[in-house]
Design a protein around this ligand. Sequence first.
Ligand SMILES: Cc1cc2nc3c(=O)[nH]c(=O)nc-3n(C[C@H](O)[C@H](O)[C@H](O)COP(=O)(O)O)c2cc1C
Length: 163
Amino acid sequence: MADILVTWYSRSGSTEAVARALAERLGGDAAPILTSASYGGAGGFIRGVWDSLRRRAPAIQTDADPAAYRLVVVAGPIWAGKPAAPLRSFLRRYGPRAKSIAAVCVSGSGGAYPAAFAEIEDLAGSRLAARLCLSQAEALSGEAGPILDEFVRELRGTQVAAA
Ligand SMILES: Cc1cc2nc3c(=O)[nH]c(=O)nc-3n(C[C@H](O)[C@H](O)[C@H](O)COP(=O)(O)O)c2cc1C
């Protein structure tokens, strides 16, 4: 088992692409956050917006035990300006038990979404070790490579400082 976990929720694959690339760079374990809530199709999009606006937290499944890692990197899409609902569920359940958390958000716009990161910190019960915002276009193209390299350097720096 590695000492870093990269875990993500992804509805349409862009966050998953980034998360897997990060896990590879960090030599970390990679684990999806799964939900049986249906967010597929047009109906699912509307449900996603609704759940986000209502700050709902659907049931999720994960095989990982975040408390067992030195660092947990959580990744998920932005929905209606907030963390996607399954990411909220994960953070509510596991965030306070993680030793150190960093977060990556992927959105259509690639905006900074400070309120979304504030909610993530609130749910985790701690300050984020590092944060990264990417647009869906960056996530799905090779453009993200240098950005991910820089993020990994930042994460390694925070881990050395914390040791
Ligand atoms: C329900 C829903 C709400 C969204 N709300 C926003 C938003 O507020 N701002 C934005 O820039 N993109 C928004 N998007 C776009 C997603 O954040 C973007 O497509 C992201 O890359 C999806 O990640 P995924 O492929 O991992 O599911 C929304 C997408 C969905 C499905």
